[in-house]
Design a protein around this ligand. Structure first.
Ligand code: DOR
Ligand code: ZN
Length: 347
């Protein structure tokens, strides 16, 4: 198959950043995606409805003409988020979820949750109102090996949380292990998971074998190939509880190419094309549309997009870098070929 027509996809996990970074990040996503769940880990974090609505306006200001893109906003769960703010968020048509970062887990997570018991009343209110919790599922204990942090989180935090509040709607974000695939598959339909293009296409050898490649460093970190395989099988399975979320997370080049580099892979410049490449490699192009364009909307209780995207198997070369405010950002596949192109977005 060399041409593919699918319902326009959505990105259910995206970092757009703020300020003049938006001039780059927003058009890259808005070109192809109808909507995106926008992460709130700014400095300071998007911790209440008012901040989320202001941030939404800043995003909308740079959406290019003719690209009807809708940012779906989220709030950052801090120890201080109140039950009344949850009710306010639920009522607001532009706010779709609350993001849980364990304190210290990743970029700008220092305001995250220090103790899950402290936020239990907020989580119970979310369950009551049907507002989804988006989870960065890694423990942060210094003595837990970085490759084991997702599995440990599932065992010690997530599983007890589901026992305690089984009605809570959860997206386990950017899963990276066979344990996460298995766990989500075995739960009730209140829990789903997003999968990134980089965790489908790469494993820890790409990060570490033959030299350290800082542009492959992200969190949760790339795992070994057996986990990559499990994620791939989940993505092409047609199981509606696994769907697209890029976790595209740009950092300026100099903050990654340094002795303590930031975590994050910038995939937005070629995201749907890279996912298509993966599904093509697996001979599973017929499963792409569900994963990219149907299952996420269904889980969030939103209508599917009506626009369509046409993809062709026609290679193009990803630029080495893009402007990123005063700096540059290095995209996933920089300077290399991407096998599929988007040739048309029909209204
Ligand atoms: O690699 C990552 N980058 N993982 C995250 O969880 C956060 C993200 C970021 O914001 O840079
Ligand atoms: Zn993320």
């Amino acid at each position: 198959m060399h041409t593919l027509r699918i319902t326009q996809p959505d990105d259910w996990h995206l970092h757009l950043r703020d300020g003049d970074a938006l001039d780059t990040t927003v058009p890259h996503t808005a070109r192809h995606f109808g909507r995106a769940i926008v992460m709130p880990n700014l400095k300071p974090p998007i911790a209440n409805v008012e901040m989320a609505l202001d941030y939404r306006q800043r995003i909308l200001e740079v959406v290019p003409e003719g690209m009807p893109f809708s940012p779906l906003m989220t709030l950052y769960l801090t120890d201080k988020l109140s039950v009344s703010e949850i009710a306010k968020a639920q009522e607001n048509e532009f706010i779709h979820a609350i993001k849980y970062y364990p304190a210290g887990a990743t970029t700008n997570s220092e305001n995250g949750v220090t103790d899950i018991n402290a936020v239990m009343p907020v989580l119970e209110e979310m369950a009551r109102l049907g507002l989804p919790l988006l989870i960065h599922g890694e423990v942060t204990d210094a003595d837990i090996d970085i490759f084991d942090r997702e599995e440990k989180f599932i065992d010690t935090i997530l599983s007890p949380l589901l026992d305690r509040i089984p009605e809570l709607k959860i997206v386990l974000e950017h899963i990276t292990t066979s344990q996460a695939v298995q766990f989500v598959s075995e739960q009730n339909t209140n829990i789903a998971a997003t999968i990134t293009p980089h965790h489908l296409l790469y494993n820890r050898n790409d990060l570490l074998a033959g030299g350290v490649r800082p542009h492959f460093y992200c969190l949760p970190i790339l795992k070994r190939d057996i986990h990559q395989k499990a994620l791939g099988d989940a993505a092409i399975s047609g199981n509606s509880r696994f769907f697209l979320g890029t976790d595209s997370a740009p950092h300026a080049r100099h903050t990654k190419e340094t002795d303590c580099g930031c975590a994050g892979i910038y995939s937005a410049a070629g995201a749907i094309e890279l996912y298509t490449e993966f599904f093509d490699q697996q001979n599973a192009l017929d499963k792409l549309e569900g994963f990219a364009s149907h299952f996420g909307a269904d889980f969030y209780g939103l209508p599917r997009n009506t626009a369509e995207l046409v993809l062709e198997k026609k290679a193009w070369s990803m630029p080495q870098e893009f402007r990123f405010g005063d700096y540059t950002v290095v995209p996933m596949r920089a300077g290399e070929e991407v096998e599929w192109s988007v040739t048309e977005v029909t209204p």
